[in-house]
Design a protein around this ligand. Sequence first.
Ligand SMILES: CC(C)(COP(=O)(O)OP(=O)(O)OC[C@H]1O[C@@H](n2cnc3c(N)ncnc32)[C@H](O)[C@@H]1OP(=O)(O)O)[C@@H](O)C(=O)NCCC(=O)NCCS
Length: 165
Amino acid sequence: MVIEHASFSRPWTEGMMLAELFNNPVAFSMVVRAGEDEKIVAQVFMRLMLDELHLLNLGVHPRWRRHGLGTKLIQHVLKTATEKGTERVILEVRASNEAAQGLYQKMGFRQIGLRKNYYCKPTENALLLGCTLEDIQAFSETETKQEIENQGKIKINACNIINTP
Ligand SMILES: CC(C)(COP(=O)(O)OP(=O)(O)OC[C@H]1O[C@@H](n2cnc3c(N)ncnc32)[C@H](O)[C@@H]1OP(=O)(O)O)[C@@H](O)C(=O)NCCC(=O)NCCS
């Protein structure tokens, strides 16, 4: 919940998170643990529907941002999506969220649509981004290099899958 409240103007409630974790057959979540105390420092919630993975919520604790954790988490999402035979990964991002857009672009996502007034508090358009299976495969080849680079910056204890369809 700390990450959620620090990351979004309309954070998910505890009930929404619990429902996603324990009461949704298509839900799929991962966390990254890091630091001496192995606390959860990054989270991602997704839904796997047929051949499409919809990324609903991605957040990194503010104290741990710009250390490659968002990248690490998306790497694991894309790798797992490939293993599950997913054709593409889609997500919405606020038009003003340059940080997240920078991350997604770097990971191979491209804009495939626009959802008008999708967000509130404040009202704002969403860019619909997508990453196809070919993008995912191309990305996976660079994973090892990226992981080595990340290890120089931060000690990541684990990237755990919490639930999966
Ligand atoms: C977006 C977010 C998940 C990025 O996580 P992160 O761990 O800081 O990201 P990384 O360190 O892996 O950065 C990867 C790339 O993203 C981009 N990026 C990340 N933060 C940025 C920032 N503040 N400004 C500009 N670009 C940024 C850069 O391209 C960066 O690559 P670089 O470090 O080589 O320049 C994090 O800022 C966050 O939790 N934000 C609030 C919640 C949110 O917006 N979630 C996305 C909803 S769609």
